[in-house]
Design a protein around this ligand. Structure first.
Ligand SMILES: N[C@@H]1[C@@H](O)[C@H](O)[C@@H](COP(=O)(O)O)O[C@@H]1O
Length: 312
């Protein structure tokens, strides 16, 4: 798992948008082989959506051959309600990427929280994802209790798309979108499962703000004192320890994924030890050096484009 730290939510959004843009363009999607992208709602991904819209408008990115699957949707909230995730996605994203880079609505998949048979709706969603050959990149957000999509604490790490009762903390947290009227927040949602997310070839998660700091530390872990060893006596006396994978912090399941990236702002790192933050920053520093040297080698004709990819 990699952790990328940026100064603020805008810089996080810009990093993720450029990352997704590169992935889609490198993939070279066609009508026959579209890029399948998982998407979240919430306030955290809004800067990413803004940055993606900008890239589309600048002609650097097209969603013409991208198929999207959203993470979740409330149960029983009318589709055209201002706070339904359908409305959110079109308001914050899909309606902005106008023609000629428009995403055809037939390529947008969002769970129907008003379906007559909710279980059948969830099963069909999983089937549709499989029908496209799986999700290439799942962009996710998290709740303050560390839930990914609506996989509340205690969710099975083997869970798939299903109906989920919301935790009271989530209802409280989301009341801000319903004029702070707790009674107006739906009690249930349809959500992709933890295993649905883990099945994706790549997972990128956005975590911003101090209120997510504890959840981030539970998923990533912190550095711990370890002065027991004599050989370490003159060193910093700290080792990096990840907290284990734990269904009470479902984001931590990303530790099981071979290609996971969490992009956070400085505020979200508040519960991490300085050493942990420095460690992840040093990894990014080394990675930047590797990429720079690859670009130099390529510019000097020493390696080919394919070799650059294979060295990533
Ligand atoms: N089900 C959604 C999650 O998918 C989202 O990640 C979370 C975070 O919202 P925000 O980014 O507004 O904190 O909100 C809801 O709980």
């Amino acid at each position: 798992m990699r952790l990328i730290i940026r100064d603020d939510p805008t810089a996080v959004g810009s990093y993720i948008a450029n990352y997704i843009c590169k992935r889609i363009n490198d993939f070279g999607p066609t009508a026959e082989k579209p890029f399948v992208l998982g998407l979240p709602t919430g306030s955290s991904p809004i800067p990413t959506y803004k940055a993606l819209i900008k890239l589309v408008k600048e002609g650097k990115l097209s969603f013409k051959n991208v198929v999207t699957f959203n993470m979740d949707e409330y149960v029983g909230l009318p589709r055209d309600h201002t706070e339904s995730y359908h409305t959110f996605m079109f308001r914050e994203f899909f309606s902005h990427s106008k023609s000629p880079f428009d995403i055809p609505p037939s390529q947008v998949n969002i769970l129907d929280g008003n379906a007559e048979d909710l279980i059948a709706e969830c099963n069909a969603y999983e089937k549709r994802i499989k029908g496209y050959g799986g999700i290439e990149l799942f962009l996710g957000g998290i709740g303050e209790d560390g839930h990914i999509a609506f996989n509340e604490p205690g969710s099975s790490l083997a869970s798939r798309t299903r109906i989920k009762t919301l935790a009271y903390d989530t209802i409280l947290a989301n009341a801000r979108f319903f004029n702070n009227d707790i009674s107006a927040v739906p009690r249930m949602a349809l959500t992709v499962g933890v295993a649905t997310v883990l099945d994706s070839r790549e997972v990128v998660v956005v975590v911003t703000g101090q209120r997510k700091a504890l959840a981030l530390s539970k998923a990533i872990g912190t550095s711990q004192p370890d002065c027991t060893s004599a050989t370490k006596a003159d060193q910093s006396c700290f080792i990096l320890t990840e907290e284990g994978v734990n269904h009470l912090w479902t984001l931590s399941a990303l530790q099981l994924h071979p290609w996971a990236l969490i992009v956070v702002d400085e505020d979200a790192t508040a519960e991490l030890h300085v050493k942990t933050v420095k460690y992840f920053k040093s990894i990014e520093f080394v990675q930047d050096q590797v990429e720079k040297s690859q670009r130099d080698l390529k510019a000097r004709g020493k390696i080919t484009e394919e070799q650059v990819g294979s060295m990533e």
